[in-house]
Design a protein around this ligand. Sequence first.
Ligand code: ADP
Length: 908
Amino acid sequence: MKILLLEDNLSDAELTTIGLSRLLPNVSIKHASSLSEARVLLDSNIIFDIALLDVNLTDGNGLEILMEIRQKDFQFPVIMLTGAGDEEIAVTALKSGAEDYIVKRTDYIANLPEAIYQAISNFKENISSRAEIIEVLYIEHHAADIDFTLRHLAQHAPFIHISPVMSSDEALRELQLDNPEKYKIILMDYKLPGMDAMELIKTVRQQLKLKIPIIIVTGQGNEELAVQALKLGANDYITKNDNYLIKLPSIIINSYQHYELKERNKAQLESESKYRLLADNAGDIIFTLDMQLNYTYISPAVKTLRGYTPEEAIKQNIVDVLTPSSYLKLSKLMGRLQTNELSANKKECLINAVELEMYRKDKTTIWTEVKASLILDENKNAIGILGVTRDISDRKIISDKLIKLSSAVEQSPSLIEITDTLGNVEYINPKFTEITGYTLDEIVGRNLNILKSGYTSSEEYNNLWETIRSGKEWRGEFQNKRKDGSMYWEQAAISSIKNEDGEITHYLAIKSDITEKKTIFDELIKAKEQAVESDRLKSAFLANMSHEIRTPMNGILGFSSLLSQPGLGKEEQKEYIKLIQVSGARMLNLISEIIDISKIESGMMEISLQEVDINEKVSYIFELLKLDAEEKSIQLSYNSQHFDALYLNTDPEKLYAILTNLVKNAIKYTDEGSVEFGYQIKEDRVEFFVKDTGIGIPVDRHLAIFERFIQVDIANIEARHGAGLGLAIAKAFVNLLGGTIWLESGEGLGSTFYFTLPLNSQKKEVNVTLPIIENVEIKNGTSLLSKLKILIADDDAISRKLISKSVKEFGKEIIEVKNGLEAVESFRANSNFDLILMDVQMPVMNGYEAIKEIRKLNNEIVIITQSAFGLTGDREKAISAGSNDYITKPINKNELELLLNKYFLHLN
Ligand code: ADP
């Protein structure tokens, strides 16, 4: 702390210095023993914290230094050191801007530190209310009086600054200069040359319209003059008696303070009424509260906003004004203020803008925004709250709507994008991030074309831009690219956002992810196309079927009626019968194909694997179809005789069906040349082939012909009959057996069909003791067999007849029965039968039951089950019931002969 000590008494100075050094920490005292030394110290660069000034000094009065300190605006307090009895000087010092005075009594040094601290702290607080210099215009024509007055005031009231003039004219000139505010007081003698005092007062008041206090100095006994002066507008008077100079400062100060107070009040009133005018006419409620939150003022706008008159409103308690939630909000806010959470300067702006809901007189509520600040007194203590309440209902409605809208946008299941007019992103919602992988931060400012996948053509994009630039909405679909590069489909509606002038400022895109929908849709389209196609195929199939059934039926019925015509020649008869047989066979084939395909379709086609002698199968088929080929003069050959015995664990029925189908097709679609079939062994499989020199199949149909109901050329049905099922069945069978089927062919180049079967038999080499069928001669229906005793069991009379006729040539005795039970009984009665041909479906007892019964009696007898169903599994059932073999009805004579050869050749 740095102290300026002005003291001419050196021992006093020393005592003070020692005392303070002891009592105050870090004190540094600069001592001046005269006014001039003090001035030197003030002019030095030392920044003092306080000055202690003695009053009576050899070269003048300490007040002079006080005045200089204040005039030069030094920012430190001053304590005057006075002698006892100097109270008047002390008062003057205080008025002149000293912070305090200390009377130099014996113990005064001990009181100094306290006084110093107090002075420093007061000085800081009162920095604004510092004592002012009072400028006085003094009109006096006596130079000696002027001199006296100046001297006296300089010593006793240095803050009163006198500017003397010698006449009214001079005074008026002075008052009309640039700075009319300069003088705070006019002090005039009653006796003036030229314009007299009364005139001067009149002029000042009435012409110049100046309101500054005028003090008139009258001679003794001139009280009348004083009264007149007061009437004319003077504020005070002083009589020039002996000690009038002593009273002068206080009169000046009084007038000055009185005037200042009046002015301040007037200004305050003015500003108050200005504010009141403002408050009364403001659309917002202006209010003041005391610190207990009671209203002290509320402006008339309360009527408009809340329906209460200001008189009603002012009585209300704030708890009743606010809705409970708003009251809570406000209380919390105030609570925080009290816990000093807000810093001191923020305290002045108590509530920045808080939204509060208030009750109206009609019990409805109104949303308001309240701003409030503390009202502080001169000591910065809060004495109240001043606030403004604004109706924000409209804003609140809009902002609530905005909140709702924006949360709708944020939570929308659609992707929402807002771009500028160039397509640069300004906003995207969370769904966009979810679908594309781009976050708002990543994509803001970037162009949306980063999503382009290249799928949409540039023409389409041009069309899009043209549409939205013209202010219309564009709708369409995009395939876009996600951040990770994967694709997604979106359906978009893009429109423009316009400003008040109708100019487009942004584009808004609302899109939905239709990837899944699209996939489902594509699948649906495919399914629909398939349905249409299968519908078409079914219609084609039905037309085909109808044709396929009618044609042989026509043949059968037509030729059988021709047969009954009398006088028919033997040759013709034979020809008709042949044609009836061909038609019947064709019909039968169709029926079994339909049964097979429906079983394949319904997934009911079963396979039953067993060891199959492939060579036997191949040569069997050769024997079966040799005649068909011969009839067309086509050479049919097979290659299996060149190989060793080959066994496969496969389904013999299906292998048979596949091979016959392919060979039959080969014969059917070959008009000249040859058909060759057989197999080759390849690593783990057997590759069968059926090769013809026929019409061939165009390459583009190679796959289609394996589909159901497909023929190479549907329009050409007439040419080669067939339902288009054969290859579909063959393919399904091959696949079921674990192989593949394909072909090599070209139009007019002949065809080779291949299929494979897995080489999987345990049985590699067998000593073949089987009948060598190709050695069997079957010529002109005659047989080498011995005649057999045959039992035929069938419930259908026609079938019985047919079978009986078919086997007649092999039989020496044929017995017919109508059901299983009869068969069993008949067998019991005559156990010397050679062969039983047993139907499956019969009343009383079915074929399987009957076979089982017979097997109980005899194991040797050859039983062949004959069935009209031709279903897969029938053979197995028959065999497991105990029959030796199985043949489908109507019985093919060749087949029957082959079978009989198989069982009875040895009898020969
Ligand atoms: P279809 O009963 O009509 O013969 P398939 O399914 O057996 O039915 O054959 C389908 C079609 O494939 C036939 O209609 C025929 O056009 C063609 N096709 C089959 N085999 C041959 C072949 N060996 N030579 C020429 N065309 C063939």
